[in-house]
Design a protein around this ligand. Structure first.
Ligand SMILES: Cc1cc2nc3c(=O)[nH]c(=O)nc-3n(C[C@H](O)[C@H](O)[C@H](O)COP(=O)(O)OP(=O)(O)OC[C@H]3O[C@@H](n4cnc5c(N)ncnc54)[C@H](O)[C@@H]3O)c2cc1C
Length: 275
């Protein structure tokens, strides 16, 4: 099938893109790796498609004091080639080889993944585990939302329809923070059946993906991992809001969550990209 008719706009600055979004019934095109198939299957039918690919300044990774600022249009392939990411966002570096396939990573963007909020996507959980903020802009102004508060449900976020994700702000981890990542997928590069990202340092953050209708923190597991008790952490997953998906029922998700948590913890380390 082909996409229904739409008007195609290719602005060259953010203000023009925001004005088009404010007009209503518009979708932005980032890497197009999810949106184009959704339009071809007629699961998305925007009247106006606002292509962000000609806008300078929406892509790039910059150091800003104690944080990294990652432009929404930064592609997975650029994240993978970045020394700043390897040094200050080792969880992203570890997870990247598991996100889809090289052709998709060449086009897909961090902002696209954040805006889409697929429950099986790695990036929302990574951003929660790193304590990141999502920067949003509309014609009415700018705001930042903590990743913890951004992912609300199945493909549902705190972003209003007229808001553009412009940046992801990732705090640098405190020295000595342990990072761990593990996912189970049927084939390498497929969406995960269950996965987890963890950061254990001054703060302890454990975030799961592909086990519920959105990425979610695991507070009881975090409390147990603060003292390094992985058995108590795994037991503490019992109360999480697990959801079935076409891959697995709730009991299987619960079991797989314990498996990925133990493996992520066993493979965790301090320092940069050592996966
Ligand atoms: C075969 C295949 C396998 C895949 N496997 C994985 C996987 O294992 N893990 C994973 O995480 N993903 C996977 N993906 C999805 C891929 O990572 C997508 O690229 C990503 O989810 C969306 O990024 P995009 O830049 O392509 O966004 P697009 O497809 O362009 O957009 C996605 C949605 O986000 C909106 N959007 C995009 N950018 C912005 C913005 N800056 N502000 C506001 N809204 C915006 C769009 O309007 C659209 O609704 C897979 C895709 C395919 C086709």
């Amino acid at each position: 099938m082909k996409a229904p008719d739409f008007r195609y706009e290719r602005p060259t600055d953010v203000e023009a893109a925001l004005a088009l979004l404010a007009d209503g019934d518009a979708a932005v095109l980032a890497g197009g790796q999810s949106l184009m198939p959704m339009m071809n299957f007629r699961l998305a039918r925007p009247q106006v498609l606002v292509d962000l690919n000609r806008i300078d300044g929406l892509a790039g990774i910059a150091e800003d004091g104690e944080a990294l600022r990652i432009g929404a249009m930064t592609r997975y392939a650029d994240l993978a080639g970045s020394d700043l990411i390897a040094t200050y966002a080792p969880l992203i570096a570890r997870a990247l080889p598991h996100i889809a396939h090289p052709a998709i990573r060449n086009r897909g963007t961090i902002g696209g993944s954040v805006a889409l909020a697929d429950p099986a996507a790695e990036m929302p959980a990574l951003l929660m585990a790193m304590g990141a903020q999502i920067a949003l802009r509309s014609t009415s102004g700018m705001r930042e939302v903590a990743a913890d508060d951004f992912f609300l449900g199945l493909y549902e976020t705190a972003r209003a329809e007229d808001e553009l994700v412009t940046e992801i702000i990732v705090p640098k981890p405190a020295p000595g923070t342990r990072h761990g990542f593990y996912e189970l997928a049927r084939r390498h590069g497929d969406y995960a059946m269950a996965g987890v990202a963890l950061a254990v340092g001054e703060a302890v953050r454990v975030a799961f993906f592909a086990v519920s209708d959105h990425a979610l923190r695991a507070p009881e597991a975090e409390a147990a991992l603060a003292s390094g008790d992985i058995d108590a952490a795994a037991a503490g997953l019992e109360g999480l809001d697990f959801h079935a998906d076409p891959n697995a029922d709730v009991a299987t998700k619960k079991h797989l969550a314990g498996v990925v948590l133990r493996r992520a913890w066993a493979g965790s380390s301090t320092g940069g990209n050592t996966a």
